[in-house]
Every structure is written in C-alpha cells, then in structure tokens.
Design a protein around this ligand. Structure first.
Ligand SMILES: [Zn+2]
Length: 298
C-alpha cells in the first residue's frame, strides 16, 4: 500500500520510524498534517454540497433560516472541538496505527504476518471493523448515563440539518478519539485505512444529517448498504424508542444485525418532533448553555 500512500503524498514510508516518534512527542507530523488537509478538503466540499442541497431543496421547513443562532452554536462547537483535539490528541489515531504496525500489534498485523493478507483486504477489514466499533461507541453513549450527559448535546438540537452533524460537546470528541485510538491498536489498522475511515466518517455524518430526501425507491435501495438521511433522522426523534435506534454512521448493517433498526418514525417525516423534551427552551440552545448541559442536574 506504500504506493497508494505515496500518491496521496500523506506519508514518507522510508522515514516512518522517525514519524512515530515525532507524532508521539509533538502530536503533529507530516502524515498527520497532510491527512488533516485531505480530511479538511473532503469535509469542506461535502459541507458545501449538502448546504446547497438543503438550501435549494429542503425536505422539512428550513429551521436554520428561522434560527441562525443554532448555526452559531453548532459551528461554534465544531471549532471548539477542533481546537481542543488540535492541542491534545489530534494525531492519536494515526500515531496508534503507526505504533501498532511497527510493533506488530493487533489482529490485522498478526494475520498479515501469519497468512499474508492482501493489503486491499486488510484495509477493507479495518474500515468495516472501525465502523462497527463506532456503532457500539454511539450505542454506549445512549446506554451509559455519564456518556449520555455529553452525547445529549448532539440530540438536544431542535432541528435536523447538516450543522447537526458537527454539534458535539468537545469532551465527547476527545473521548471518542481515545476510544478509537485504543481500537486501532487492538485491530492493528494501517495508517492509510485510518485516514480513509476518518474522512468517510465525517463525510457520511454530513450526508446523513442533511435536511434532504432521496426518492423513495432510491432511499430503500441505498439504505440496504449505507445510512441515509431518512434513516438517520429517526435517531433524532423526540420519541425515546426512536432516539435509541439507528445508531449507524456509514453501514446500515450494524443496526439490522444488532436489532436497533427502526424503519421510519411513528408520526411522519414532516410532523415528527426533533430534539429532547427537557431542552427545548431557547435558553438551553445557546453555545454556552449547551457546553454546560453535561454538568446540569437534570
Ligand atoms: Zn445519538
């Protein structure tokens, strides 16, 4: 896979021994910086495409236009999360992958040593396994009360559009990076697989939070494989049985396999209420209020 990486120019494989040292000591390195640029480019492109799609063909009435303060909250959280990870553990997943590769740690590295997996296959396994791990991470944030305190910042948005995709408490972003880095070591994922997966993760999050609608037949076909906006909107319903469903981000198979799939909302797409009952007032929606939500008594 060295050749593919060289095409993207995201890692100098000849010097990867020194890269892991700089990653661990300084948290930044050439691969991390260029992978960051690649991810930023993909993220910005999909964000613009989805925002235009929503602006010209909104599925539900465009809530963001009625309440631009919402966007300030959601994109403010994005900037805070990005800043916090930039100065803490932003490079942790790539560092974990490089370290696991060097030490031969993790299931995939062991399998490669034993039976010599083709690189495309080990990459595909890593991406699918990471998606399963993120499904369970998401499900756990709904089950474990302390995790839910932070994750409810994402769910207390009273509208559903592309900006909802970036509405996470900064501490949840950091906790997620730690969890995924630990999983990358257990898995023995290759650094390039991590970069591709992370780019897909943010791209799919923007897509499946879009206030858009795919023609019925096409949505049905697509959601056999991936999570569509119609499928993920159910997860943002105020009805608790629907909030605790459809946890998937990229592949829809995990919700079917682990019995958390709900096909559609009990009401209808246009009348369904989005958000959490306890945080519907305007005061709970400001940037500073949502940052405090995990620490509130109720
Ligand atoms: Zn959730």
């Amino acid at each position: 896979m060295g050749k593919v990486l060289y095409c993207f120019n995201i890692i100098d494989y000849d010097h990867k021994d020194t890269i892991v040292v700089t990653t661990l000591v300084f948290g930044r390195n050439m691969m991390d910086q260029q992978a960051g640029l690649l991810r930023l480019g993909i993220f910005a492109t999909i964000l613009v495409v989805m925002a235009m799609w929503e602006a010209f063909m909104p599925y539900r009435p465009a809530g963001g236009l009625r309440n631009p303060g919402r966007w300030l909250t959601n994109f403010g959280l994005l900037l805070m999360g990005a800043a916090l990870t930039r100065f803490t553990i932003g490079a942790a997943m790539i560092a974990a992958a490089i370290l696991a590769g060097q030490q031969g740690w993790g299931v995939i590295n062991q399998a490669e040593n034993l039976i010599g997996l083709p690189e495309w296959l080990s990459g595909l396994i890593a991406i699918v396994a990471l998606d399963c791990a993120v499904y369970w991470q998401h499900r756990l944030t709904h089950i474990v009360p302390v995790f839910w305190r932070f994750h409810r910042v994402h769910h207390c948005d009273i509208e559903f559009d592309v900006s909802t995709a970036v509405r996470f408490h900064p501490f949840e972003i950091v906790a997620s990076a730690i969890y995924k880095s630990a999983f990358v070591i257990l898995l023995g994922a290759d650094p390039w697989a991590v970069v591709i997966y992370e780019s897909m993760l943010s791209g799919f999050a923007l897509f499946n939070h879009g206030n858009v609608h795919l023609p019925g037949g096409f949505d049905r076909l697509l959601r056999r494989l991936i999570v569509t906006p119609d499928m993920h909107r159910v997860h943002h319903s105020s009805l608790i049985g629907e909030t605790n469903s459809n946890y998937g981000n990229i592949l829809s198979v995990w919700d079917r396999l682990f019995v958390s799939y709900v096909d559609h909302t009990k009401t209808n797409d246009h009348d369904m209420q989005i958000g959490l009952e306890e945080f519907r007032d305007k005061r709970s929606q400001s940037l500073w209020s949502v940052l405090w939500i995990p620490f509130r008594r109720s």
